[in-house]
Design a protein around this ligand. Structure first.
Ligand SMILES: O=C(O)c1ccccc1NCC(=O)[C@H](O)[C@H](O)COP(=O)(O)O
Length: 212
């Protein structure tokens, strides 16, 4: 299974992930996040990262123009819209770049209802946990809510995934919903500090999930 490592701020770490064959790396372009990636020279540093790893820019309710500027300046291959973006905004941006729409899930949500207006306007979905600060909560939502659903679009499973979750992920993959499962997304449970990953933990996890 593919892996996205999100919330990176150190380009040497990104290069290491690329060398291991990790599929996606996520950069947070949301100033209120402790993993906010931008400072004076970061855009150039992100652009300089070469390889097969796919660079994902994560945005929260950002202006369309600013998103497209970052796509260009950083050489982003995908964008992840993690706020309250409308289907119209998603559609506009999908005309220019491969687009992931994130949905933050809480216990009483009707997931199919939540995604229905986005079905035709984005490329990929991501399911994360509802919480303070939009993302990076380190908390899981109830994955059973996805089981048996027909998502009809590739999706990433996200939210509080931790190093010892491999058996639980394998179990999730047995359900019919997993025919649309596209990747696992990991973040705060693999950190030394916000934005800095424990690469040993990431490597071990990648070696376990990559063959699944
Ligand atoms: O990680 C953040 O700080 C963040 C802040 C605001 C919006 C999105 C954010 N992260 C996006 C991601 O894709 C995370 O990987 C996802 O929320 C899961 O994080 P975690 O629960 O820490 O595994």
């Amino acid at each position: 299974m593919r892996l996205k490592v999100c919330g990176l701020t150190d380009m040497n770490q990104v290069r290491q992930l690329n060398d291991w064959g990790v599929h996606f790396c996520g950069f947070i372009f949301y100033p209120k996040s402790p993993r906010y990636v931008l400072n004076n020279n970061t855009t150039e540093a992100i652009k300089r990262v070469k390889g097969t790893i796919n660079k994902v820019g994560v945005f929260v309710n950002e202006k369309e123009d600013n998103i497209l500027k970052m796509v260009d300046e950083c050489g982003l291959y995908l964008i992840q819209l993690h706020g309250d973006e409308t289907p119209r905004t998603c559609e506009n941006l999908s005309n220019y770049v491969t687009t992931i729409k994130a949905f933050r899930i809480s216990e009483n949500d009707n997931i199919l209802w939540k995604i229905k207006d986005y079905q035709d306007v984005v490329d990929i979905f991501l399911f994360d946990t509802e919480g303070v600060g939009y993302g990076g909560t380190g908390k899981k939502f109830n994955w059973n809510m996805l089981k048996g659903l027909s998502i009809r679009k590739p999706f990433l499973l996200s939210g509080g995934i931790q190093p010892d979750d491999v058996p639980e992920l394998q179990n999730f993959m047995q359900d019919s919903v997993a025919k649309d499962l596209f990747a696992f997304d990991i973040n705060s449970k693999f950190e030394i500090a916000p934005g800095i990953k424990n690469l040993a933990l990431v490597h071990e996890f990648f070696n376990q999930v990559n063959p699944l």
